[in-house]
Ligand binder design. Structure first.
Ligand code: ADP
Ligand code: ZN
Ligand code: ZN
Length: 735
């Protein structure tokens, strides 16, 4: 007998190894890479994915175990899908098994067992096929079910059985118990695209952008679509997706957050109907799996999804679009730390299709790539129709008495806007009532007991709440330190500004939009549609209001406090500040009436602020890139961050010092710089002491060659067992 092949199985979790197993004893076993297997593991069993096969194992034969069963008859992940996952595991130095399981819907990650997963359909078993119809003369419903299933080799779903065949749940249960039928998943049907006629004619710039990408369908080419806010980027995406689908291919559109892009979703759904699949975290697990399979089988040509959708198998992928490519939410900041934007480019390269990165405020990385010719530029410089870009004006609040965070000049402008029957939007990126409470008698502050941070006062909930670790406590009535009842809020959150606005404009309906006011499911959609209907002349919100929305009646946008962006510890702080300002400002004057943007600041002379408001984002970005080049910060260098945390104060630094030692010993002539270890910007969070070590290199290649070796060395360190550590390649935040 020919010897069994050895199956190499990947499992989720922190372990970097693959596991060797003998094939299951099932004679029908047909091993195929990308299928899941149930394997014995310790005292229990687990689900893994077959990654490779080999002739021999290093595990001694007596310790080699047999896989219990092959779960999927056909591979869940095809070769191109696994290629992307292999690449990601290598580049981000994350265990392959964990990367693969991250790419699967939750329902497919769990232990497979027919009883626990509620399948949506049933099919005949081998036993069921042998039943003699004569024997069921007195059970016509059971017979009907057997006959219906005899016609459907893949099984039928329960709604179809009920509606079309009038077969009740009780009959199904009876035959399940007899073992004549079994539960099985029924894939969703093929969804054709229904293209509806266009009501909009593209303008010249839009037409040019579409034509350029269209010319390159069928091969990899990256594009940077820079279109000012309101320039009609969505319309460009829509036309491109149509062309791709018309070629019989699939299109992937990544968005930062589904809930914040209702208009984009609506445009695609009205335009292309059920061919549009949507994947995001709020979907129920079962639904998510169905959508995933639908896309994987190419039953749905279009997928719109958030970050993790970049991994969805799409056998006919012909175009990838990343909307708002600068958005931080494309970066996963914990566990498997990857950038979906960057992986979209890798995927496009691997499968040979164009990749379009769209934004009004592209990241400095992408601007540099475009400037150096690696990305082709597509520009939309004009707003559609007669809409003009709003001017940005700085309001100096240095020696001004603020009323609940609002300057007199701003209040006057608000009044004029409301009197003219127009809508005003106020932006403050801080929820809650006030960022802290203080005791007027002794100076006590609401410090979080577990973090180097203050607890935010949420007055409506009557609590103090740490936004960093989630710790909550009831709102104090007296100072816990001196007993004084004179506790006062310091600074403003959206709740407090709402109170001020209600006092100043008591007869004007106001909508506050932040995580707290929209925590109930569906409440955000409801609020947004009422905003669009014009129910609220006053809008107040956090960055939930900044992105993507098209509020045609807004003519005044006020930015209350963004000064921290000018002086943040992070070298990216000013870039984020500028992007946020331009995005928020982009909500003003998107229709016939011209808009205006006011920015309250204590630093009106700051050069970057001056540049942004007088010359715009392009000029700002050029200057910021020059600064980065001079300081050799990314994108002019490449970084990797090693983070460590522990409840014991000295452990993280000990570990990081050991890591530097082995790192230095490993690197030969590569010019690597080691910065640290230093305490993290928030040195204590959730009761843990945190520190990090930054490694920087002018070239990516030597850094990555060294990194692989380094990670396997630090994994072995005994000091590593006393901390929680993680690697962040291309870190976006030092937090
Ligand atoms: P962006 O995403 O660039 O901010 P949108 O795609 O939201 O802009 O477009 C803004 C508005 O302009 C939308 O209501 C859209 O339907 C409309 N629009 C887009 N292109 C055109 C066009 N060529 N002619 C008329 N209206 C357009
Ligand atoms: Zn006190
Ligand atoms: Zn805390």
């Amino acid at each position: 007998m020919a010897s069994d092949p050895i199956l190499q199985i990947a499992l989720p979790g922190p372990l970097r190894a693959l596991y060797d197993y003998l094939p299951p004893t099932d004679p029908a076993h047909n091993p195929s890479i990308g299928c899941r297997y149930q394997i014995p593991f310790g005292p229990s069993s687990r689900t893994g994915v077959l990654i490779a096969m080999k002739a021999q194992s290093d595990v001694p034969p007596e310790r080699l175990k047999r896989a219990l069963q092959q779960i999927d008859p056909q591979p869940l992940l095809a070769a191109p899908d696994l290629r992307l996952l292999h690449w990601a595991a290598g580049y981000y130095q994350h265990p392959l098994g964990d990367v693969i399981f991250h790419a699967l819907p939750v329902t497919l990650r769990k232990q497979h067992s027919g009883s626990r997963i509620r399948h949506n359909g049933v099919r005949l078993t081998a036993l069921g096929k042998t039943v003699n119809p004569e024997s069921l003369r007195r059970a016509p419903k059971q017979l009907a079910l057997l006959q219906a299933l005899a016609q459907a080799s893949d099984g039928l779903d329960r709604p179809t059985l009920l509606n079309r065949h009038r077969i009740s749940q009780a009959v199904i249960r009876t035959l399940l118990e007899k073992g004549w039928i079994e539960a099985c998943p029924i894939p969703e049907a093929v969804h054709p695209v229904t293209t509806n006629p266009h009501s909009i004619d593209l303008n010249q710039e839009q037409g040019e952008a579409v034509a350029q990408v269209e010319r390159n369908l069928g091969s990899f080419k990256p594009f940077l679509l820079q279109g000012v806010t309101g320039s009609g980027k969505t319309e460009v995406y829509l036309r491109l997706v149509e062309r791709v689908v018309a070629r019989g291919q699939q299109a992937l559109l990544l968005v930062p957050e589904i809930g914040l892009t209702p208009q984009l979703l609506q445009r695609f759904q009205t335009s292309m109907g059920a061919g549009v699949a949507v994947l995001h975290s709020a979907l129920a697990d079962g639904e998510r799996e169905r959508v995933w399979h639908g896309v994987r089988r190419a039953h749905r040509p279009i997928l719109i999804g958030t970050r993790s959708a970049v991994f969805t198998p799409m056998p006919k992928l012909g175009l990838i679009i990343v909307d708002e490519e600068h958005d931080l939410s494309y970066k996963q900041q914990e566990g498997f730390r990857y950038s979906a934007r960057d992986l979209a480019l890798v995927r496009g390269q691997q499968c040979g299709c164009p990749v379009v990165l769209g934004s009004a405020t592209p990241s400095l990385e992408s601007l540099r790539n475009a400037a150096e010719g690696r990305y082709s530029r597509l520009n939309l410089t004009q707003r559609v129709g007669n809409a003009r870009m709003p001017p940005l004006k700085l309001l100096d609040i240095r020696s001004v008495h603020l009323d609940g965070g609002l300057s007199p000049a701003l209040i006057k402008q608000l009044r004029q806007t409301l009197d003219a029957g127009e809508q005003a939007l106020l932006f403050l990126n801080r929820r809650g009532y006030a960022p802290m409470l203080t005791c007027h008698a002794c100076g006590w502050l609401t410090d979080c007991p577990r973090c180097d941070a203050r607890m935010t006062h949420h007055r409506q909930l009557r609590i103090l709440w740490c936004h960093h670790c989630g710790h909550q406590r009831p709102e104090p009535v007296h100072c816990p330190s001196c007993g004084s009842p004179d506790l006062r809020p310091l600074g403003q959150g959206t709740e407090r500004v709402e109170e001020t606005l209600q006092r100043l404009f008591p007869d004007t309906p106001l909508a506050r939009i932040d995580r707290d006011s929209t925590s109930r499911k569906g409440s955000l959609e409801q609020l947004l549609s009422r905003v669009k209907a014009g129910d609220f002349p006053l809008l107040l919100g956090t960055q939930m209001l900044a992105k993507g929305h098209h509020f045609p009646a807004v003519t005044l946008v006020a930015i209350l406090d963004i000064d921290q962006g000018l002086f943040g510890a992070d070298f990216r702080a000013s870039e984020r500040m500028a992007q946020l300002v331009v995005q928020v400002a982009g909500r003003a004057g998107r229709a016939e009436r011209p808009g205006k943007v006011l920015i309250q600041t204590r630093h009106p002379d700051h050069p970057l602020m001056q540049l942004l408001t007088s010359k715009g984002y392009e000029a700002f970005a050029a200057e910021a890139l020059d600064e980065r080049r001079a300081a050799t910060f990314p994108p002019y260098s490449h970084q990797v961050l090693l983070r460590a945390e522990s409840t014991k104060a000295a452990d993280p630094e000990n570990f990081l010092n050991r890591a530097i030692e082995v790192g230095r010993a490993l690197h030969g002539s590569e010019p690597l710089e080691f910065w640290g270890p230093v305490p993290a910007p928030m040195a204590r969070k959730a009761g843990k002491t945190r520190a990090h070590l930054l490694i920087q290199s002018a070239q990516r290649q030597p850094l990555h060659q060294w990194l692989g070796k380094w990670v396997s060395e630090i994994t072995q360190l005994s000091a590593a067992r006393r901390v929680r550590w993680s690697i962040d390649v291309d870190p976006q935040e030092m937090l």
